[in-house]
Design a protein around this ligand. Structure first.
Ligand SMILES: [Zn+2]
Length: 96
């Protein structure tokens, strides 16, 4: 399922310049690495250090694949919030 290209309320185009969301790949990478570290730490803690290689790989890779649609969208939203000039405008939100 594709993401909306324009805001449903005010019609703002989310892609503020051509290729803007290419940068979301780096945000996605950071989210993915963060998720891997947290999950790896959790497995280490739960197994009390007794887990072998596949005890880490299988749950972590599964979680990344299952979570990829969420990671993809959150990366774009974070990219928009952190690196674009777009800010919430209450006046525009009243239009409907
Ligand atoms: Zn809007």
């Amino acid at each position: 399922m594709e993401m909306d290209t324009h805001c449903k309320v005010c019609g703002l185009k989310y892609e503020v310049e051509p290729g803007f969301f290419w940068g979301a790949m780096y945000v996605s990478y950071a989210l993915t690495v963060g998720l891997m570290i947290v999950l790896g730490g959790f497995i280490l803690w739960v197994s009390n250090g007794q887990a072998d290689f596949w005890d880490y790989v299988i749950p972590i890779v599964s979680a990344l694949i299952i979570g990829s649609p969420i990671t993809y969208r959150h990366a774009r939203v974070l990219m928009l919030h952190l690196f674009s000039p777009v800010r919430f405008n209450p006046e525009m939100a009243k239009r409907k």
